[in-house]
Design a protein around this ligand. Structure first.
Ligand code: SF4
Ligand code: SF4
Length: 136
């Protein structure tokens, strides 16, 4: 079935699956590069949900994770822990899934080219699904 034929709930489910499908590949590489990071990207401003993130989670019947008030934008993200992000990737703000710092991007690109090409195809599909879901 083409994604254009999916209803909003089906789109949300497909988007969740798309995020889950790319997550292991990204995590293989974050496990390599992030432990040596000197400027961790997880500032609180990146952990804030936009209206589309909220609509996505609601469509899947999920409660929005706790939103502490009065937290500085530059403070450590509300969802970070000593072992990394406390949220599964599909529950994170979409901007987190879209973000690849240079060392992470280089790590992704320099590995097995077939794997990287497959990842890139899946990622493009994920972006299309998100656009269809949001209508933006
Ligand atoms: S993704 Fe990049 S910037 Fe963020 S913690 Fe990992 S190495 Fe650092
Ligand atoms: S939600 Fe997770 S990945 Fe995104 S900025 Fe916060 S800790 Fe980092």
């Amino acid at each position: 079935m083409k994604s254009g034929q999916l209803n909003i709930n089906e789109l949300a489910l497909h988007l969740k699956e798309a995020i889950n499908s790319i997550s292991p590949f990204i995590e293989e590489h974050t496990a390599i590069v992030c432990p040596n990071c000197r400027k961790v990207c997880c500032a609180d401003k990146h952990g804030r949900y936009d209206k589309n993130d909220i609509a996505f989670l609601k469509e899947l019947g999920m409660d929005i994770p706790p939103q502490p008030a009065d937290r500085e934008e530059t403070a450590a993200c509300r969802y970070i822990t000593k072992t990394g992000c406390s949220l599964q990737r599909w529950m994170r703000p979409y901007r987190c899934t879209l973000f690849f710092c240079d060392p992470l991007m280089k790590s992704l690109e320099k590995g097995d080219q077939k794997l990287y090409m497959a990842f890139d195809n899946y990622f493009q599909n994920l972006i299309l699904l998100r656009r269809e879901f949001t209508g933006e």
